[in-house]
Design a binder for this molecule. Structure first.
Ligand code: AMP
Ligand code: TRP
Length: 336
């Protein structure tokens, strides 16, 4: 898919309680990998979280916890920039410029909006314009690549469309057109629910057993995998169409152990030992992450990382914002 060298990476996650194994395998793992290949910005998108009303104290705590999770997962704040979206005002300002550069009909077609609007008690205007804010996030850093899970594809296409539209209108490369960095399904782009393996693993799943959280204690992880829905027969074979449950567990095992899907398929005959090994592989990945997360709870540590991150991010985002403001015809402010 990628046609350009990976130069600048941007991604974000909402500070909601409970980061899932799907978030980790689909996106965060790639953040860790990419930090050594490109300049990376990893944002805690608290403004996006507000699109569905949140308890203020909880939102603040979840914001810190999301940043801690980034670091616990292996993102090195000395190498990559970790910051909170609302700390860099350019995001909200750029978001307006993206709203006036996208079309109502375009936003209406966003499937995530339709899904969330159908479930939400109140549908805020922000929930509707959410993808314009996401486009702002990405375009402010002249991002070349955006690592996300498969469900963000449509939002990224919109971001690209806006960038191309503005470039065409102004006849120059005003904005860098970003490319998605989405793993194929067999590499974690879409981790499925353990209970309904035809649906993606999600924190909004009402069946608790369907979703593994990064902070689940080892015994809970073992229980959830033991109870995971498999498919008729006993063959361990990658076939997402006919064996969605087993295929999903195979992907999880493969990503957590380094074994290929073929090796896994050859190794097991029946589901018993297979499931035990899936559980142990997940525990082996999450246990050290949980330990690091606890270590980062010392007051001030994560706050310091975020303070520096905001400075770094702002220094890059503000000039890009000015470039777009200028192109659109806003009068530059002169200081007295
Ligand atoms: P969200 O929890 O919706 O804020 O998602 C954060 C990141 O995790 C995004 O890049 C999503 O695409 C990714 N993601 C969420 N759920 C899954 C899943 N079940 N499989 C793979 N990636 C996912
Ligand atoms: N919309 C993304 C999600 O729900 C989160 C997000 C916000 C994001 N801004 C972004 C992801 C910029 C990548 C780049 O997962």
């Amino acid at each position: 898919m990628s046609t350009r060298p990976i130069k600048t990476v941007f991604s974000g996650m909402q500070p909601t309680s409970g980061v899932t194994l799907g978030n980790y395998l689909g996106a965060m793992r790639n953040f860790v990998k990419l930090q050594h290949e490109a300049k990376c910005y990893f944002c805690v998108v608290d403004l996006h979280a507000l699109t569905i009303p949140k308890d203020p104290a909880e939102l603040r705590q979840n914001t810190l916890d999301m940043a801690r999770t980034y670091v616990a997962a292996g993102i090195d704040p000395k190498v990559a920039t970790i910051f909170v979206q609302s700390h860099v005002p350019a995001h909200a300002e750029m978001s307006w410029l993206m709203e006036v550069s996208s079309y109502y009909g375009e936003l209406q077609r966003m499937t995530q909006f339709k899904d969330k609007a159908a479930k939400a008690e109140v549908v805020t205007t922000g929930l509707f314009t959410y993808p314009a804010l996401m486009a702002a996030d990405i375009l402010l850093y002249d991002t070349t690549h955006v690592p996300v899970g498969d469900d963000q594809k449509q939002h990224l296409e919109l971001t690209r469309d806006i960038a191309v539209r503005l470039n065409n209108r102004f006849g120059r490369e005003l904005l860098v057109v970003p490319e998605p960095y989405i793993p194929p399904r067999e590499a974690g782009g879409r981790i499925m629910s353990l209970q309904e393996p035809t649906q993606k693993m999600s924190k909004s799943d009402t069946n608790e057993l369907g979703t593994i959280y990064l902070m689940d204690p080892p015994d809970v992880i073992r229980k959830k995998i033991k109870r995971a829905v498999t498919d008729p027969g006993r063959e361990v074979r990658y076939d997402p169409e006919n064996k969605p449950g087993v295929s999903n567990l195979m992907v999880i095992l493969s990503l957590c152990s380094g074994m290929s899907l073929e090796e896994i398929s050859e190794r097991y005959d029946g589901y018993g030992q297979f499931k035990k090994d899936v559980a142990e592989a997940v525990v082996a990945v999450l246990e050290p992450l949980q330990k690091r997360f606890k270590e980062l709870s010392e007051p001030g540590v994560i706050e310091e990382i975020l303070a520096r991150g905001a400075e770094e991010a702002e220094a890059v985002a503000t000039p890009v914002l000015r470039r777009v403001q200028d192109a659109l015809g806003l009068l530059p402010r002169r200081r007295p």
